[in-house]
Design a protein around this ligand. Structure first.
Ligand code: GLV
Ligand code: MG
Length: 321
């Protein structure tokens, strides 16, 4: 999970050392949700937190203000110049096309050279404009710095003029209804709510998989609905996303659980891989046909589990890895 915090809020900043032990990525947010009169304070707060805390193995990211804002240039210049050696990834909001990534790539190259950095800072783009979605493949292939993409369902809904005011998740009006029963035309007809974000997530996952970048579901705004949050995260996980944002400490545990494969799925994957040592041919396991392709599916599951187990002894025990 990518855990968002507001560096202009001293109360939140004081919790950083503790939260850093619970999350994969800590992200100091400078963009939306930070009021305009606290933009400079957020930037200074982030520089201060990064300079004074050791976050251990937890990655440090920032979300800077958009490229067309009055704050972006100071955000990137100050951060790279003063704490660039501690920054893993810069998240760029409202990316519309490869030209935005080319600009950031060149600017980062200049600032990194000036600061004498030896490790490139990576770039993560938020997919949150209609034009960005239309250009998603070119965006993700625009630079070798591209670490990944996140869906930004709030800005994207506004950009597309979708008629939802929610931050991610479903909507009760977006549904399909079964046909009427001719024998009982007045009977209630079952409906099934559909996923408003399926199309965009699927395009994002394909673009990322094709280029080697990582796809993330973004924010889920209903902090008071952990079940719906879990469902949205799980849809993203099953479709190929590697994580999501946590906007509140209560979402950290949800993201961790949902984006970690189930232990019985991992045990099954191990069984399949062990029964086909070179990954070719066929095997029948509990009535299910296995071949080269299912071997690869199982390797995806196992590799994910191994990466999680390497960071987390609890999961290492659960997975017996
Ligand atoms: C996130 O930035 C969003 O707009 O949903
Ligand atoms: Mg946004």
């Amino acid at each position: 999970m990518i855990h968002f915090f507001d560096p202009s809020n001293p109360k939140m900043a004081s919790k950083i050392p503790d939260i850093a032990t619970k999350v994969d990525v800590l992200l100091g947010n400078l963009e939306d949700a930070v009021p305009t009169d606290r933009k400079a304070q957020a930037r200074e707060g982030l520089i201060d937190i990064v300079s004074t805390h050791d976050l251990g193995a937890t990655q440090l990211w920032t979300r800077v203000n958009s490229l067309d804002s009055p704050w972006f240039l100071d955000d990137i210049t100050r951060l790279v110049g003063e704490v660039g050696n501690r920054l893993d990834v810069i998240m760029i909001p409202k990316v519309e096309g490869p030209w935005d990534i080319h600009f950031v790539d060149q600017l980062l190259a200049q600032l990194e050279a000036r600061a004498g950095l030896e490790r490139p800072i990576l770039v993560h783009a938020i997919l949150e404009t209609a034009l960005g979605v239309a250009n998603v493949e070119e965006i993700v292939m625009a630079s070798p710095r591209m670490q990944g993409l996140s869906l930004g369902p709030a800005d994207l809904a506004a950009s597309r003029r979708m008629k939802t005011t929610r931050v991610g998740g479903g909507h009760p009006g977006y549904l399909v209804r079964s046909d009427p029963d001719p024998a009982e035309p007045d009977a209630q007809r079952p409906t099934s709510q559909q996923d408003l974000w399926h199309y965009t997530l699927a395009r994002m996952v394909d673009a990322c998989a094709a280029s080697g970048a990582r796809p993330y579901y973004g924010p889920f705004g209903a902090i008071d609905d952990p079940i719906a949050c879990e469902d949205q995260f799980r849809n993203a996980f099953l479709l190929g996303c590697v994580g999501a944002w946590s906007l509140h400490p209560s979402q950290i545990e949800i993201a961790k659980r949902v984006f970690s494969p189930e232990p019985d799925e991992v045990a099954w994957a191990k069984r399949v891989v062990e029964s086909m040592p070179d990954g070719s041919g066929t095997a029948m396991i509990d009535g299910k046909m296995q071949d080269d392709a299912t071997f690869k599916q199982c390797q995806v599951m196992l590799e994910t589990a191994r990466q999680i187990a390497a960071r987390d002894p609890e999961y290492a025990a659960l997975y017996a890895l």
